[in-house]
Design a protein around this ligand. Structure first.
Ligand SMILES: NC(=O)c1ccc[n+]([C@@H]2O[C@H](COP(=O)([O-])OP(=O)(O)OC[C@H]3O[C@@H](n4cnc5c(N)ncnc54)[C@H](O)[C@@H]3O)[C@@H](O)[C@H]2O)c1
Ligand SMILES: [Zn+2]
Length: 363
């Protein structure tokens, strides 16, 4: 598949799609990074699977390669792990010309990118995402960062990589629950940007579930195209980029109230259903469409409602979101498939009824 070019204010870089790691050599060459030192950052699940393979492929391309591993999981996404990275970088004498690669899921990419953005005021960064969520979402767009205290992603930067290299075959080792959580973000791109893409997902859902290579290449490529296009138009989230948060306003609140026992994508699935309920009650979309959308989420074993929490708690939690401005919560609604409305003109009654729609004991 052809590379996709992400264009931002200060930088243009490719997203490469392959089904192996060998093409990394060419990507490094094209980016003009040959001969430098490389530090691969990866987590304890991904490093044993792929770090040595990547290091072997790139042996001739770099003067030295080191692998820095951290404990897998969101709970590692903090300042202490970043301090461990800095110790490692200094120990290995990484300099301003060195290259840092994030090889892993979104946690790894966000942290490796934050390390790269801040070490020596910024060194070269490359993304090698291995989870579906990272391949279709977090590795594109340049947002990097860490969690601080109870706040998710509260410390961070916009820092674009020199390239993103996606080896689609890494998805074969991704746990199914993680794959499905990534599918929530994939499905999200339909309503926010493209009815054709939504139809494609619907018509090819069995091939997607079976990880058919050609189908997955199309799916991931289309998602990256949509995200790259949005980011190119609005790198720093002044407006348009907000559409990527469809389903996230209520989703994030559920994620916090459930104390992160559900995966992010699972909460996004529930959050999308809640928002679509408002769209139905406003007359933008039909009940039939919502039922079909719920079926598609369920096909990928995604939850569409949540139990054992109160709607009240979710509502209160929503006001802690970074995106709340002047105590008004901003929403992304779907006007029709592929067309969005961004607004903070939403009544409390609408929000409560949307939350009640997904917070229940049975459905
Ligand atoms: N920067 C952004 O724009 C952006 C966007 C969305 C999400 N995020 C961030 O992304 C993170 C979530 O990303 P995630 O869902 O990838 O989580 P993750 O990085 O924790 O990966 C999920 C799990 O899958 C494992 N894994 C990853 N690839 C694998 C593979 N190929 N084979 C086997 N196991 C594999 C990981 O070790 C981990 O256990 C969150 O911290 C979120 O804030 C960032
Ligand atoms: Zn998300």
């Amino acid at each position: 598949m052809k590379d996709i070019i992400v264009i931002t204010e200060n930088k243009e870089y490719p997203i490469c799609f392959e089904n192996e790691f060998d093409g990394l050599r060419n990507a490094v060459e094209q980016a003009g990074l040959r001969g430098r030192k490389l530090c691969i950052i990866s987590d304890t699940n991904v490093a044993p699977l792929y770090a040595k393979k990547v290091a072997d492929v790139l042996e001739e391309s770099f003067s030295e390669i080191n692998i820095c591993t951290f404990e897998a999981g969101e709970k590692s996404k903090n300042i202490d792990t970043i301090a461990d990275f800095y110790d490692f970088f200094m120990d290995k004498k990484l300099d301003r010309k060195s290259v840092i690669a994030g090889l892993g899921g979104g946690v790894c990419g966000d942290m490796a990118g934050f390390g790269a953005a801040t070490y020596m005021r910024g060194v070269t960064f490359i993304q090698i995402p291995t989870s579906l969520l990272a391949q279709v979402d977090s590795s594109v767009g340049g947002k990097v960062g860490i969690d601080y205290k109870n706040g998710k992603n509260v410390v961070g930067a916009f820092y674009q990589p020199d390239f993103v290299y996606i080896n689609i075959n890494t998805l074969k080792t991704l746990p199914v629950r993680e794959f499905n959580a990534g599918m929530a973000e994939v499905i999200k791109y339909g309503p926010i940007a493209s009815s054709e893409f939504y139809e494609f997902i619907k018509n090819n859902k069995a091939q997607i579930k079976a990880l058919d290579e050609a189908t997955m290449a199309t799916v991931i490529g289309e998602c990256c195209k949509i995200k790259a296009d949005v980011v190119s138009k609005d790198e720093k989230e002044g407006g348009l980029r907000e559409i990527l948060n469809f389903g996230h306003t209520i989703g994030h609140a559920i994620e916090s109230v459930k104390e992160f026992t559900l995966l992010h994508g699972e909460c996004v699935a529930i959050g999308m259903v809640a928002v679509l309920q408002i769209c139905v009650s406003r007359g933008y979309l039909t009940e039939e469409f919502l039922a079909e959308y719920i079926d598609l989420l369920k096909y990928f074993d995604l939850p569409v409602y949540v139990q054992e929490i109160s709607a009240e708690a979710v509502y209160r939690q929503m006001f802690f979101d970074k995106k709340v401005k002047n105590n008004k919560i901003s929403f992304v609604f779907i006007k029709k498939m592929g067309e969005t409305i961004r607004t903070d003109e939403v009544t409390e009654k609408e929000i409560i009824s949307a939350i009640n729609y997904v917070v229940k004991t049975e459905m």
